[in-house]
Design a protein around this ligand. Structure first.
Ligand code: HSE
Length: 337
């Protein structure tokens, strides 16, 4: 299968590392021969129909910051033009997210569909704003869109609910969908540190958004909740419908007091048929939603399977790429049927 990689930041690099690492395994176990024919960033692209050297691409990006510096095959070209003109099976769309406009990622996705390419995305913005339109256009063109990595990084949430729990009605989803705020609350409680000191640490760990306001205001969780509401519960909502409160008012003292009473304070996203909200909540210390550090957790209440809880890593290059790889494999297997 031929891949176009759109976006060469933390996640894009993770995708190349994982493809490199798993190349032989994918061929032997699944008969999947992956070849990356284009890599795009804001500088342009490297394009080779025979397949690019992934280690070289990572090295060039590390040294120059620009994929257009790739020897012989690097060029200054727009991303839309690459998607339109380079023959490929799948576009992996991991360009920077914009949760206010969804652009330019939305246009990249639509262009991929129009040119009959499947899309695997980790991009929250377009899906949290235009879920119905985007999935509709994919369907219209007869191509597959998968987006497991957009919510919970490596944690299998969307595909778990839609595929493994198929046949169940999911009545509610509750969870911690943002690693940065979970890290901050855990650290503030444990070490009684103030908000800004711990936020700085979270930024140094590389889990916070470029604009950490999106994490602490709850907007990042709201984007993910909107995606879950649409994809799992069939609700037609956007990020703008989420009732929202962030964690900026939480103090080390309030965390300590809650702890003495047998509770942790967590930023919880919750969706039911009627509710769509993100706010700090008291969670009993022995409750499965009380996960520590930068972990993510989702709890589904279903009609047949009752409660199901899944915990995992919500960010990171290779971790997020693991969800992307599983989506690629799923497309490969669907096309074989
Ligand atoms: N800033 C996000 C988080 C990254 O902290 O969970 C993954 O979406």
């Amino acid at each position: 299968m031929k891949i176009i990689l759109v976006g060469f930041g933390v996640i894009g690099k993770g995708v190349l590392k994982v493809i490199n690492l798993k190349k032989n395994h994918l061929l032997e176990k699944y008969g999947l021969d992956l070849s990356v024919v284009a890599i795009c960033d804001s500088s342009g692209a490297a394009i080779n129909k025979e397949g690019l050297d992934l280690e070289l691409a990572l090295k060039i990006k590390e040294e120059t910051g620009k994929i257009a510096s790739y020897p012989e095959f690097g060029q200054n070209i727009g991303i839309i033009e690459v998607i339109e003109s380079v023959p490929a099976d799948i576009v992996i769309e991991v360009s920077p997210t914009n949760i206010h406009t969804g652009e330019p990622a939305k246009s990249y996705m639509l262009k991929a569909f129009e040119t009959k390419k499947h899309v695997v995305s980790a991009n929250k913005g377009p899906l949290a704003l235009f879920f119905k339109e985007i999935t509709g256009v994919a369907k219209e063109h007869g191509v597959i869109l998968r987006y497991e990595a957009s919510v919970g990084g490596a944690t299998p949430i969307i595909n778990l609910a839609k595929e493994t729990l198929a046949g169940n009605r999911v009545k509610s989803i509750k969870g911690i969908l943002n690693g940065t705020t979970n890290y901050i609350l855990t650290k503030m409680e444990k070490e009684q540190l103030d908000f800004n000191t711990v936020l700085k640490e979270a930024q140094e760990l590389g889990i916070a958004e470029t604009n950490p306001h999106q994490d602490i205001s709850g907007l990042d969780t709201a984007a993910k909740l909107a995606i879950l509401a649409n994809s799992i519960m069939g609700r037609e909502v956007t990020i703008n419908d989420v009732v929202l409160e962030g964690i900026t008012r939480i103090t080390p003292e309030s965390l300590l007091m809650a702890n003495k009473g047998g509770y942790a304070i967590k930023l919880i996203g919750e969706v039911t048929d009627k509710k769509l909200e993100v706010c700090p909540k008291l969670v009993p210390i022995d409750h499965p939603l009380n996960v520590k550090g930068s972990l993510n957790v989702a709890m589904f209440n279903t009609d047949l399977a009752n409660d199901i809880v899944v915990v995992g890593t919500g960010a990171g290059d290779v971790e997020t790429a693991s969800a992307i790889l599983s989506d690629i494999l799923n497309i490969h297997q669907s096309l074989k049927k």
